[in-house]
Design a protein around this ligand. Structure first.
Ligand code: KG4
Ligand code: ZN
Length: 363
């Protein structure tokens, strides 16, 4: 089955062509037009600007993806699109384009949830991966653990009660003076900080854990984020550095390493509890923050300790992309999930579920 998949939920306009069958999972093309440079000017995603950038990029991105895949439009068996969750104006561009394309080609339209799509990127890594498994989704908007019983049946068993991990990385990075999004730069700074700590040249700063101190599998990143930002403000005050003034490189490394260590330890603490409680044998980790080298190592160690097989997409498939949408779309199609011409976009997953019930495209 050849699926053309579109993703436009946030600040990347993406399209992929994938070939999915019972014994085949292939990415024929995966084109991403990022808007990061534009939003970096504002220190975060500006929804209005994102929507306008999507409308400019969508046709060329789809055209490029089809050309790179080396297929004819008539080879496309279905069009898939992310319809939730995300920025409404951004989602609408992709949904609207996908609808028109499916209509013109006379092929089915498959609605895909962005979070499930992140997880589905793992199908390309391990050809034998099949539900049931657990999925840890760590992104700019989510930090959740899902019990994936079937490819399109996700039960959230733990989640953040406030900010997502990616949001915390980006906010701390911003106050530190890093360009948006700060996650990748924090990753590199932390690596240098850990080296110095291992050599005894630097001491860790103690920050509050994001693992909520109760029986749940939930997280809270707002306390850690605030503590880290307060530390930065106090550091500037004490050292007579003006509000947005440059922090010395060594101190940035120390903060990034301490923050990252707290995030990784906290995420792994609840993750380990989830692995033990569910007795799962396979874990998928996905989403933009799954690109973090320290988190990848920490989660790998946790899985090894629990005898759990770990499947993490390569960094190129961790951030938003069309291939992950195509992979999830295949499983949606297998269970008969197709959208009709009324398909809309929804900012939250809950609203999308409710609408799906109403429109009966979920069986
Ligand atoms: O999944 P994604 O591309 O978009 C959402 O669906 O939210 O995730 C974006 C997030 C941003 O917060 C970004 O800073 C973070 O992923 N990120 C990282 C790294 N690379 C990207 N966070 C930590 N370490 C990284 N290496
Ligand atoms: Zn995402």
């Amino acid at each position: 089955m050849i699926i053309l998949a579109i993703e436009s939920s946030c600040d990347e306009t993406a399209c992929a062509v994938v070939e999915m069958d019972a014994d085949k999972r292939r990415i024929l093309s995966n084109t991403v037009a990022t808007q990061i440079a534009t939003h970096a000017l504002y220190g975060g995603v500006v929804p209005e600007i994102a929507s306008r950038a999507h409308i400019e990029a969508i046709s060329p991105v789809v055209r490029e993806s089809v050309a790179e895949a080396g297929i004819a439009m008539s080879d496309i068996d279905a069009v898939a699109v992310t319809y939730s969750p995300g920025l409404i104006g951004s989602l609408l561009v992709g949904v609207s384009f996908a609808k028109s394309l499916a209509y013109t080609l006379g092929v089915p339209l498959i609605p895909v949830d962005h979070i499930k799509a992140h997880t589905a990127a793992a199908y390309f890594v391990d050809e034998t991966l099949e539900a049931p498994f657990l999925s840890l989704v760590v992104s700019g908007g989510h930090t959740s653990i899902y019990d994936v019983r079937e490819p399109n049946c996700y039960e959230e068993i733990g989640s953040t009660r406030d900010d997502a991990a990616g949001e915390a990385f980006d906010k701390v990075g911003r106050v530190m003076g890093l360009t948006y999004p700060g996650g990748a730069a924090m990753d590199k700074l932390a690596a240098r900080g850990f080296e110095k700590m291992a050599a005894g040249e630097m001491e860790k700063i103690v920050f509050p854990s994001p693992a909520i101190n109760d029986d749940s599998l939930d997280y809270s990143f707002s306390g850690l984020k605030t503590a880290c930002i307060n530390y930065l403000h106090t550091y500037r005050q004490k050292n007579n550095i003006e509000d947005k003034g440059e922090i010395p490189e060594d101190e940035k490394m120390r903060i990034a390493a301490s923050f990252t260590e707290t995030v990784v330890r906290g995420i792994c603490q609840k993750l380990e509890k989830a692995l033990i409680e569910t007795g799962t044998k396979t874990l998928v980790m996905a989403g933009g923050v799954a690109a973090n080298s320290h988190l990848r190592r920490g989660v790998a160690e946790t899985c090894e300790k629990q005898g759990v097989k770990l499947c993490i997409p390569p960094i190129s498939l961790c951030g938003d992309n069309g291939a992950m949408v195509g992979a999830q779309a295949y499983y949606e199609a297998l269970s008969g999930v197709f959208a009709d011409e009324r398909l809309n976009a929804y900012a939250s997953g809950e609203a999308a579920e409710a609408a799906a019930e109403l429109m009966k495209f979920r069986k």
